[in-house]
Design a protein around this ligand. Structure first.
Ligand code: PBG
Length: 324
């Protein structure tokens, strides 16, 4: 008790470094990259200052810049020229993601881990993550699964090191695991967007990827922000189906979920610090309302403290620079 116990003793000078419980390293960061087949010069995403849509020929340079900063991994998204009801430009050997993976791997090889987002929403004309029954406007689960399997295989065939299914279809992890295994990709890990909330924080991403919906929303397959026990069930199922890494998305409004997952499963756990989390800090910083570097660090260290082993973040390059 006070006055013998004084908590302030350990809060100044070098001793602070000694007692720090959590650390953030460049090795914790994954940088998202958008390869866009419809443009021939970089295009900044209006709602995400500093983040560009890139033509396929330029993704390798962007990945190299990340690698030079020591960032170990990227998460790759594709924006195709052609969209249709099935999302068939998601799985062709020469489609946008497959080309982008090859470009990056040719340039960087083992110096960059390439993770690909596996979902149909950027490829479907209706912007939904799966096949749609237009009579009922239902997003159909089971018919979507083989398409996700095929997409994942095409990414790995092009050279992707890991696939990250993000569509929140039930059974997607086992569908993708068996598709990979049937093609002899036994050693390719799956990072599952296991716990993905139906969140308005994805708004700027949908500008970036042109994947907004023309009808309906994702609340029938993404999780209700009010739920937490359900997150444990989602993660348990994905682990049983073969997920190697489980992800929580978004990150900051769901730190309690990251904590619960890490504590319950003791699995490698990722957190996606999503577009809206990035944009709100950027906007406030541009207005001079917040100190950008400090709030960036504070946000990312909080996500680590909650239990995440790795963070997918649009701040990756800036954070890496600051850590140097
Ligand atoms: C689906 C996907 C989305 C994000 C990552 N993968 C969009 C969605 O579910 O609507 C969002 C990422 C972000 O907001 O930064 N392909």
């Amino acid at each position: 008790m006070f006055p013998e116990r004084r908590m302030r003793r350990l809060r100044s000078g070098k001793i602070k470094d000694l007692v720090r419980e959590t650390s953030l390293s460049v090795n914790d960061l994954v940088y998202p990259i958008f390869a866009n087949e419809t443009i021939d010069s970089p295009q900044e995403v209006a709602s995400m200052p500093g983040i560009n849509n890139l033509p396929v020929e330029m993704v390798a340079d962007e990945a190299k810049e990340a690698a030079d900063l020591g960032i170990p991994a990227i998460m790759l998204f594709g924006i195709p020229e052609k969209k249709d009801e099935q999302g068939s430009s998601a799985w062709g050997d020469d489609d946008v993601v497959q080309q982008a993976v090859r470009e990056i791997k040719n340039e960087l090889g083992k110096d960059m881990l390439v993770i690909t987002d596996v979902c149909l929403c950027e490829y479907t004309s209706h912007g939904h993550c799966g096949m749609v029954n237009f009579d009922t406007e239902e997003i159909m689960n089971d018919p979507t699964l083989p398409l996700l399997g095929k997409t994942a295989v095409s990414h790995v065939k092009a050279g992707a090191d890991m696939v990250a299914p993000s569509g929140m279809m039930d059974g997607m992890i086992s569908a993708i695991r068996s598709a990979l295994d049937n093609n002899n990709y036994h050693n390719t890990p799956i990072m599952s967007y296991a716990v993905k909330y139906s969140s308005a924080f994805y708004g700027p991403f949908r500008d970036a990827a042109g994947s907004g919906c023309c009808f309906g929303d994702r609340s029938t397959h993404q999780m209700d922000p009010a739920n937490s026990d359900e997150a444990l069930m989602e993660a348990a199922l994905d682990i049983e189906e073969g997920a190697d890494i489980i992800m929580v998305k978004p990150a900051l409004p769901y730190l309690d979920i990251i904590y619960r997952l890490k504590t319950e499963f003791e699995m490698p756990t990722a957190a996606y610090n999503v577009s809206g989390e990035y944009s709100m800090l950027k906007a406030a910083a541009q207005n001079g309302w917040l100190d950008e570097k400090q709030v960036m660090y504070e946000s990312l260290i909080s996500i680590k403290r909650a239990g995440a082993d790795m963070i997918i973040t649009y701040f990756a390059k800036e954070m890496a620079q600051m850590l140097k």
